[in-house]
Write a protein that binds this ligand. Structure first.
Ligand code: SF4
Length: 200
């Protein structure tokens, strides 16, 4: 049960495996490769949810990057048929898949990584900035309820970066935005390069 993954709703979270990005602060690096040792049969998930009807309000699909799942639309439809609202946590890594799924969910927690030209520093992937911001445009043009969030790891961000990012998001029309400071617990055990001096 979670009180923080879907605003104002009691929710549970389904963590989907697979993500092609390599964010330095990722808390789920064990889900990067689509070969997780911990798998749950869909029937078990549905029986889990059936036992929680009336107790939970919502189910959040998270990851990894949930929009990479071929059966996501079907899974969302099944969850909604059980009477739950559906949330999606995503960085919009596949804009077309994201656009196709938007009409099915009730709320999106959208991970905006950084200014477009700075995303690669965080994700390690060269076109991630254009992809991330293309999906933001899709989200905003859709009209669905959302929250945009940016995770800040201070060796990757300067205050000025953040100020420019906030101004750009405001210019895009973002109405709901949260900054979350990265926690070291659960990050990848890789030795992270300090791309910028740590803020004191
Ligand atoms: S996009 Fe999300 S799941 Fe993928 S590496 Fe970044 S933080 Fe982790």
């Amino acid at each position: 049960m979670s009180t923080v993954d879907y605003p104002d709703h009691l929710a549970c979270v389904l963590f989907c495996q697979g993500c092609p990005w390599r964010c330095q602060y990722c808390h789920n690096p064990h889900l990067w490769a689509p070969d997780s040792k911990v798998l749950h049969a869909w029937e078990n998930i549905e029986s889990f949810l059936l036992r929680r009807q009336g107790l939970l309000d919502a189910v959040v699909f998270s990851g990894g990057e949930a929009t990479l799942q071929n059966s996501l639309a079907e899974a969302i439809t099944r969850v909604k048929s059980l009477g739950f609202r559906v949330g999606l946590h995503t960085a919009g890594i596949r804009p077309r898949s994201f656009a196709n799924i938007l009409g099915l969910v009730d709320w999106v927690g959208f991970d905006i990584k950084a200014l477009p030209e700075s995303c690669e520093i965080i994700t390690g992937v060269s076109n991630s900035g254009s992809v991330n911001w293309r999906s933001l445009e899709i989200l905003l043009s859709h009209g669905i309820a959302y929250e945009c969030r940016t995770t800040v790891l201070w060796n990757l961000f300067e205050i000025e970066d953040l100020r420019q990012l906030v101004h750009k998001l405001h210019a895009y029309g973002v109405q709901r935005y949260a900054i979350q400071i990265a926690r070291p617990q659960g990050m990848s055990p890789r030795k992270l390069p300090l791309l910028r001096p740590m803020a004191s």
